[in-house]
Design a protein around this ligand. Structure first.
Ligand SMILES: [Ca+2]
Ligand SMILES: [Ca+2]
Ligand SMILES: [Ca+2]
Length: 975
């Protein structure tokens, strides 16, 4: 069908004309190769116009009408024989869109030969123009609302290829191949001229907000079943089912009319051997909940839409092949099997082929992006493809799981993902489901993957048919849930490429993510109005903790169990759908950003670490309109000789611990962390008020050392007042470049060591200081206010003394109290000298373990805490000792009793409270397993590195980026 002739018929007179406002048109391309073979306009009583065109992937189309557009909705697409074609709503939607857009601009011209632009473009995939990277360069430019892409194209000598998918204001341009970035050069020159000549007259280039030269890069890696040494016996699992369960399974199949030949092998749907180890879905099917009216997009290496098991549920209008630029994303390479297998798990039909999908009446579409080199621009379009109808995007791929990559999507893809949650599904938000990764045996961790640690994705890990953690499934603080996949001798049995082919070997976290996506489709089938955040709440709230004996679990502030291995537990289909039925939609999203907290201290090696606290006050959250937390992200910088030796933990005011980063033995990068963002879902539901402490450690004593530069805390959650909700601005490359603009504090460093740490490094804590005026770290923030750089104590050397641990809360101090704070600086000096003695004593005290985390704390005397507070207090918040300070409200009244606060919020903490009277606490890692040796380090994966190495970084140019950073629209709000 890709080259068939199509006829559209409109109940409105149509004209085709050349647009004068091409930004509103999908494509005005001089090189348009669409041929309109015949256009018949018949103006009968009903004013029909008929257009007949050759369909082609590359088209330019301008269509308009003289009349009100209402009638257009009645259009029908007909085939060559005049028969109406089956509606493909996405296509029709696009056609209408284009027409409306053009109509808005108003200009009508008599059509001419050059104006005969194909409707084909509108027909679906048309907005993806084939690219010729051999001969051309491609640029994506983000233009402001006043700027026409045509003018920009003219000004730069480029060819405007059309808008970039669903990203508003973004356009793609082609140019003759050149070594360098010609757009950047022009923009820079324009800027220089403007400045030197004092030009004020507006020029089209002044409307360019962002530009990026596109590069083809390797596709991301599939989360395919890792190959293990030794023979694979995946298909030989032969345990016999329990009789009663086998009978029940047969009864269910009969009741539902399931005759699919491998249904009985599909243990993940109904496990007759390990009872209860399945997704618990059959009762939903019996209720008639089978995924009807839900759509899942499989973003992968294609989908065999000619498989008898998939063809009935295949949704062609929402599908596209971004690798071969055709409308049919079918498998073309010998190993293009992955996407088809994933699709089968979601929605293999109930028929006589293979088995069934978990949502066997759902629709499935496909975006093929993993089979060839691809550009960020194309991936961005794929991630938003038909996003009003594609509800869930199932993604079983990402950066290499080699235990050393640290890579994230490029800026355009990040924008596409934010655009999806803001505008997809008509504003409810697209739901991204990502496989956590298969690198656990190489100590890889999903917080080193910018897709899985995005707050916009639901990260799904794996468990096997016995409910155990398979060796490959990556853990991290960003993992929300797990579900079934390969391990313990079996794998997922699903549809394969071919008309009637099945496989028994689908596995890895690749198989877990689509299963989760299918289950979420069941929930959407019942409640299509769930937002992207509602779905995350439901997944978190209804997941079932498993394997509670393995020591991975901690109780969160809202009484949930969280594990870095299993997230909140395994998905229970029945539970999540039942909860969805009566779920009350949450209020819009809000966020709070701390200023950058400058540390600039050496990271001690061994048992010690640096702990730095930041206190969040009630007022800050009020101002941010943030009621309760969902996600927490930490963006940070550090330098280190071997990144894999570093680990980072975050401790919340409620004492919930997130292992943001872990040590990785294969990660020998020397790049450290460069504005890398880690994420945690462990703090879901917390209020957020109190001290948040970050602890950075280098657990290996050797020649590889490092420095912790700075960090930045962001709390994301639900608004207090929904009427004041805002939309997050699109991310820019400059978002994290404001380090120096913020009022910060320096951190006094104290290191501590905890006695002998159990295998893992024991951490230590240090204290820190706090930044002053945490809100709005804008340039206006006056650095002057605060900061005293306390002397860095830096001690790793001495006798290990325990210090104030990380838990020193910081307190925000009002300007008025600053005066006395300065006075307290003196105390600090005294305090420091007393520390040695204190710790020596303190150390003897047996630290008590926090049952949840095995953290040990020591108390600080109040005087000490006071001293600390004073010191930190400089301008703003003082770091208090966590927990400490409890009763001590000092003069300023500023010390916050973080600990007590936490306990108020959650009863679970109760027993710990007493222990934290002091300020600091030694910090100890968990016993092996979850967090122990951790070190992580971010790098931007090879891809990013390449980008930088080649100087491409420079290709991202924003007019006014450094100098005239005026475009507020582009800057995220910092609150
Ligand atoms: Ca089937
Ligand atoms: Ca990984
Ligand atoms: Ca080291």
């Amino acid at each position: 069908m890709s080259t068939a002739k199509k006829v559209w018929e409109f109940k409105t007179p149509l004209s085709i004309a050349k647009s004068t406002r091409q930004e509103h048109l999908p494509r005005l391309n001089q090189n348009c190769d669409v041929g309109i073979t015949k256009i018949s306009t018949r103006t009968d009583n009903e004013n029909f116009d008929t257009l007949e065109v050759h369909k082609s992937a590359s088209a330019c189309c301008l269509v308009s009408t003289h009349r009100p557009l209402a009638g257009i909705d009645d259009y029908t697409r007909r085939n060559l024989h005049g028969k109406p074609e089956r509606e493909k709503n996405s296509r029709s939607h696009e056609v209408l869109q284009a027409i409306k857009l053009y109509h808005k601009t108003g200009t009508m011209k008599v059509w001419s030969a050059t104006a005969l632009l194909g409707l084909a473009a509108l027909a679906g995939a048309s907005h993806i123009v084939p690219r010729n990277y051999e001969a051309n360069d491609y640029y994506v430019l983000h233009l402001d609302a006043e700027t026409s892409p045509v003018e920009v194209a003219r000004s730069l000598g480029l060819s405007h290829e059309g808008p970039l998918g669903e990203l508003k204001g973004h356009h793609i341009f082609a140019a003759r191949k050149e070594e360098h970035d010609i757009v950047k050069r022009e923009l820079t020159q324009r800027k220089r001229r403007k400045r030197s000549l004092g030009i004020t007259e507006r020029h089209p280039l002044d409307g360019v907000l962002f530009s990026e030269k596109q590069k083809l890069r390797k596709p991301w890696e599939k989360r395919i079943l890792p190959v293990r040494p030794g023979p694979a016996h995946l298909s030989k699992y032969q345990d016999v089912g329990v009789d009663s369960a086998v009978r029940t399974q047969a009864d269910i199949a009969q009741a539902l009319g399931i005759k699919d030949p491998i249904f009985t092998e599909q243990w993940h749907l109904f496990n007759t051997v390990q009872l209860g180890h399945d997704v618990n879905v059959t009762s939903l099917w019996l209720e008639g909940i089978t995924g009807k009216n839900a759509t899942v997009a499989i973003v992968d290496d294609g989908l065999d839409m000619y498989s008898d098991d998939l063809k009935d549920n295949y949704y062609a209008a929402g599908s596209y092949d971004f690798n071969d630029k055709t409308e049919e994303p079918k498998p073309r390479l010998s190993d293009d099997r992955h996407g088809t297998r994933c699709a089968g798990e979601v929605a293999a039909g109930k028929n006589n082929v293979c088995g069934v999908g978990v949502a066997y009446d759902a629709r499935i579409s496909a975006q093929r992006i993993l089979s060839k080199l691809i550009s960020d621009a194309d991936e961005a379009v794929a991630m938003n493809y038909d996003f009003d109808h594609n509800q869930i995007y199932s993604c079983s791929w990402g950066p290499p799981d080699d235990g050393k990559s640290m890579d994230a999507p490029g800026i355009l893809i990040k924008r596409a993902m934010l655009n999806a949650v803001q505008n997809g599904r008509r504003g409810l938000g697209s739901i991204y489901v990502f496989a956590s990764g298969n690198g656990a045996m190489r100590e890889d961790n999903c917080n080193f993957d910018g897709y899985t640690n995005s707050i916009y994705s639901i990260t799904v890990g794996a468990i096997d048919r016995k409910g155990e953690h398979p060796y490959y499934s990556e853990k991290c603080s960003a993992g929300l849930v797990v579900t079934y996949s390969s391990g313990s001798g079996d794998a997922i049995h699903t549809t394969d490429v071919g008309q009637n082919s099945c496989t028994k070997d689908h596995g890895g976290t690749s198989a877990a993510a689509p299963l989760a996506a299918g289950i979420f489709a069941l929930a959407l089938g019942v409640r299509p109005d769930l937002t992207w955040r509602d779905m995350q709440y439901l997944a978190m709230d209804t997941a079932v903790p498993i394997n509670d004996h393995d020591g991975e679990w901690q109780t969160t502030a809202i009484g949930k169990k969280f594990s870095h291995t299993y997230g909140y537990g395994k998905i229970d289909s029945y539970a999540i759908v039942q909860a969805a039925k009566t779920w009350k939609n949450v209020k819009p999203q809000a966020w709070f950003y701390s200023p950058w907290i400058h540390v600039n201290q050496d990271i001690p090696q061994g048992d010690k670490g640096i702990a730095v606290g930041f206190e969040v006050t009630e007022d800050m959250l009020k101002e941010a309109n943030l009621e309760r937390i969902e996600h927490v992200t930490v963006t940070m910088n550090l330098k280190h000789g071997r990144r894999g030796e570093v680990s980072v933990d975050l401790i919340s005011p409620s004492q919930v611990v997130s292992h943001l980063s872990v040590t990785r033995q294969y990660d020998d990068s020397t790049e450290g962390y460069d504005d890398w963002t880690f994420m945690s879902v462990a703090h879901w539901g917390e209020k957020g008020v109190g001290t948040w402490t970050i602890i950075v450690k280098d657990s290996a004593i050797n020649e590889n050392k490092g420095t912790f530069t700075d960090w930045h805390l962001k709390l994301w959650g639900e608004t207090r007042d929904a009427s004041k909700a805002k939309l997050l601005p699109m991310p820019t490359e400059e978002d994290d470049n404001d380090h120096a603009n913020i009022a910060t504090t320096s951190v006094p460093a104290a290191t501590t060591s905890v006695g002998h740490a159990p295998t893992n490094a024991a951490p230590d804590a240090t204290l820190t200081d706090v930044p002053n005026r945490p809100t709005k770290p804008t340039k206006s923030a006056s650095p002057g206010s605060g900061t005293g750089e306390a002397e860095p104590a830096e001690s790793s050397a001495g006798p290990p003394s325990t210090w104030l641990p990380s838990f020193l809360p910081t307190f925000g101090v009002s300007a008025a109290t600053q005066v006395w704070i300065y006075g307290s600086l003196v105390l600090i000096v005294l305090f420091c000298s007393g520390l040695g003695v204190y710790f020596w004593l303190a150390r003897r005290k047996r630290m008590r373990q926090n049952p949840r985390n095995d953290y040990e704390f020591e108390m600080l005397r109040e005087e000490e805490a006071e001293g600390l507070a004073g010191s930190g207090g400089v301008g703003g918040a003082v770091m208090g000792e966590k927990g400490g300070a409890r009763g001590k409200r000092t003069k300023g009244g500023e010390l916050y009793d973080a600990f007590a606060g936490g306990s108020d919020d959650d009863d679970d903490d109760g027993d710990d409270d007493d222990e934290f009277d002091g300020a600091g606490a030694g910090y100890r890692d968990q016993p092996s397993g979850s967090g122990s040796g951790s070190g992580s380090s971010p790098d931007r994966g090879n891809r990013e590195k390449t980008r930088r190495d080649t100087g491409e970084e420079e290709e991202h140019h924003v007019i006014g980026d450094s100098d005239d950073s005026g475009d507020e629209e582009e800057r995220p709000l910092r609150r």
